[in-house]
Design a protein around this ligand. Structure first.
Ligand SMILES: Cc1cc2nc3c(=O)[nH]c(=O)nc-3n(C[C@H](O)[C@H](O)[C@H](O)COP(=O)(O)O)c2cc1C
Length: 181
C-alpha cells in the first residue's frame, strides 16, 4: 500500500460517534469535495441536504433500518437529473452521485471525521422514508445518506486487493504482470 494513498486505505466505515457537533464550515467543505467529483458530460445531476438537527437525524434512523447510528450530522445525496446541466444526468445520475458520495467519505476521513454510507435508492421503502423525513420532492431521489461525526471507534487501514479479481489484457489473462510471466 503506497503511503501517498493512505487517505484511501485509512477510510473505513465509522458507525460510532462522539457527541461533539461537526462545525458547519467542515460540512460545507465536504460538499465542496462532493461537487469536485466527476460526472457524465459534467452534468452534475446532484443536490445535497445537510442535516444537523438531532430530531431529523432520529427520523432518518427510523427510515433506514441499516442506519441506526448516533451520528451528529448527516448528508443526503440526491439525484436530481432535471436540475442537471445536460441530459447525461438522466442516464448516469446514479454513478455521478456515487462518485460524489465517495468524495465525501474520503474528505471526511482526511478532515478527521468518521462517516458511513447508508444506501437508499433503489430500495423503495428506504427512498420513501428518507423522502418523507427530509421533504424531498418526487423530482429528486435520495441515493444515499452519509452519517457523520467525530469518530468514537478506530479501524485499521486496509485494502481488499485480490489477485483473483485481476485480469491482465483480457478476461482470463491471469493476475500476474506481463513482466512476471
Ligand atoms: C451502496 C452502499 C450501501 C451501504 N449501506 C450501508 C448501510 O445501510 N448501513 C451500513 O452500516 N453500512 C452501509 N454501507 C457500508 C458498507 O457496509 C462498508 O463500506 C463495507 O462493509 C466495507 O467496509 P469499509 O467501508 O470499512 O471499508 C454501504 C456501502 C455502500 C457502498
Amino acid at each position: 500500500m503506497h503511503p501517498d494513498l493512505d487517505f484511501i486505505y485509512t477510510r473505513r466505515s465509522i458507525r460510532k460517534f462522539k457527541p461533539d457537533a461537526v462545525p458547519s464550515e467542515l460540512l460545507e467543505e465536504l460538499l465542496r469535495a462532493a461537487m469536485a467529483a466527476p460526472s457524465a458530460s459534467n452534468s452534475q445531476p446532484w443536490e445535497f441536504i445537510i442535516i444537523t438537527r438531532q430530531q431529523t437525524i432520529a427520523s432518518l434512523r427510523r427510515a433506514l433500518p441499516f442506519g441506526h447510528y448516533d451520528a451528529t450530522a448527516a448528508i443526503a445525496v440526491l439525484g436530481s437529473p432535471l436540475k442537471a446541466r445536460n441530459p447525461a444526468g438522466l442516464l448516469y445520475w446514479e454513478q455521478d452521485c456515487s462518485a460524489a458520495v465517495q468524495n465525501i467519505l474520503l474528505a471526511a476521513n482526511a478532515l478527521g471525521l468518521g462517516a458511513v454510507w447508508i444506501g437508499c435508492h433503489p430500495v423503495k421503502p428506504e427512498v420513501w422514508g428518507v423522502r418523507r423525513a427530509l421533504k424531498i420532492p418526487r423530482t429528486s431521489t435520495p441515493l444515499a445518506v452519509i452519517m457523520l461525526g467525530y469518530p468514537a471507534e478506530e479501524k485499521p487501514a486496509r485494502t481488499r486487493y485480490d489477485p483473483l479479481k485481476v485480469h491482465w489484457e483480457a478476461y482470463g489473462g491471469g493476475a500476474s504482470t506481463p513482466a512476471e510471466r
